[in-house]
Design a protein around this ligand. Structure first.
Ligand code: ADP
Ligand code: MG
Length: 349
């Protein structure tokens, strides 16, 4: 098989980037290091600065202050067309009346590679994304998912040192979104290109990335592998934005929180004294108990797992996620005892 990659990825360094638009601080001291060949997902709500960060890395926008380097070279003042980056955006950006292969070869033509070399490389890229048999169709004849695969092939055709993806799946329907997400990751691992993937969809970020950076109001709140982000959120924002959490009354003393009558270790960044523990639904177990202080309010069947909502004596709702075989023994009105798993929790004020 042809070797599809040249350089196995370069390190990317965004240092203390600030971008001010009038009254808005779109970026507020963003520092992010991406390892060579790594895929980092920037995750955060709409307006938190993800696209601004990507555009500044691409050279399509200028930071108010801070610097950008790739492979140890300072690119802060290098124009976009000299930065050697491949990009895929949310909206299909193909030339609709060009064939698929001409779309993929377009960037190579701009770089002056000859016609045979272009066709060969573009053909290899279409192979990589599984679209060889559509090479001579027009772009507008393809589905949305196929068009985004062509856009990915086109971005990679020029062997960019960095691949930038800005919400590339947002316009697709749910099933195609998952397929293409897995495809992007497979291709990225195969070519080894350092990649920044911007998304507001946490499931997408957790599924594709080596590390996920959670952004809030122009800053990076936490950068960690998906499992760590989920099990050990560093801040309240991360704990609440990523995954579903209960906010249970807690009292913290000497690094241990009392939650639902049980002692649980606390994560760094937790408050002391009274607060609210962020507890995942799968960390709550529900035991039928006539003496129990909680009451089942709803049981929602979700397939292998079910979601059971209970109410504490003080009115706090607690959501538990249980195997359906256990959950279906419960009915609204049952008196139950709730227990939290002994995994560490973040306790917020
Ligand atoms: P995201 O991609 O996370 O949704 P953006 O990076 O697009 O967020 O935007 C961050 C903030 O900067 C938003 O408040 C947005 O309105 C503002 N912003 C982005 N681009 C511009 C611009 N060209 N002019 C003025 N404000 C902008
Ligand atoms: Mg955006």
């Amino acid at each position: 098989m042809t070797d599809l990659s040249t350089e196995r990825g370069l390190a990317v360094e965004l240092s203390d980037l600030t971008r001010v638009y009038g009254e808005v601080r779109a970026l507020d001291g963003l520092t992010l290091h991406i390892e060579p060949g790594e895929l980092v997902a920037l995750l955060g709500p709409s307006g938190c600065g993800k696209t601004t960060a990507l555009r500044i890395l691409a050279g399509l926008d200028q930071a108010t202050s801070g610097s950008v380097s790739v492979g140890g070279k300072d690119l802060t003042r290098v124009p976009a067309n000299k930065r050697d980056m491949g990009m895929v955006f949310q909206a299909y950006s193909l030339f609709p009346h060009m064939t698929v292969i001409d779309n993929v070869a377009f960037g190579l033509k701009l770089r002056g590679s000859d016609s045979a070399a272009r066709r060969k490389r573009a053909g290899d890229m279409l192979d990589l994304v599984g679209l060889s048999e559509h090479a001579d169709r027009y772009a507008h004849q393809l589905s949305g998912g196929q068009q985004q695969r062509v856009a990915l092939a086109r971005a990679l055709a020029v062997e960019p040192s960095v691949l930038l993806l800005d919400e590339p799946l947002s316009a697709l329907d749910a099933k195609v979104r998952v397929q293409l997400r897995d495809e992007i990751r497979r291709v990225q691992l195969e070519v080894g290109t350092t990649t920044l993937f911007v998304t507001h969809d946490q499931e997408e970020a957790l599924a594709v990335a080596d590390r996920v950076g959670v952004m809030n109001a122009g800053r990076l709140e936490q950068l960690a592998p998906p499992a760590e982000l989920y099990s050990a959120p560093a801040t309240r924002f991360v704990g609440e934005f990523v995954g579903l959490s209960n906010r249970l009354p807690a009292d913290v003393r000497d690094g241990v929180a009392a939650v639902l009558g049980r002692e649980v270790p606390v994560l760094p960044g937790s408050t002391t004294g009274p607060g609210r523990a962020l507890v995942r639904p799968e960390s709550v177990s529900v035991v039928k108990d006539a003496e129990g202080a909680a009451t089942v309010t709803t049981v929602m069947f979700l397939g292998p797992l079910s979601r059971v909502t209970c109410t504490l004596a003080d009115g706090t709702d607690v959501v538990a996620q249980l195997a359906s075989s256990d959950a279906l023994r419960l009915v609204p009105g049952d008196a139950v005892r709730l227990e939290v798993a002994p995994s560490p929790v973040l306790v917020v004020a």
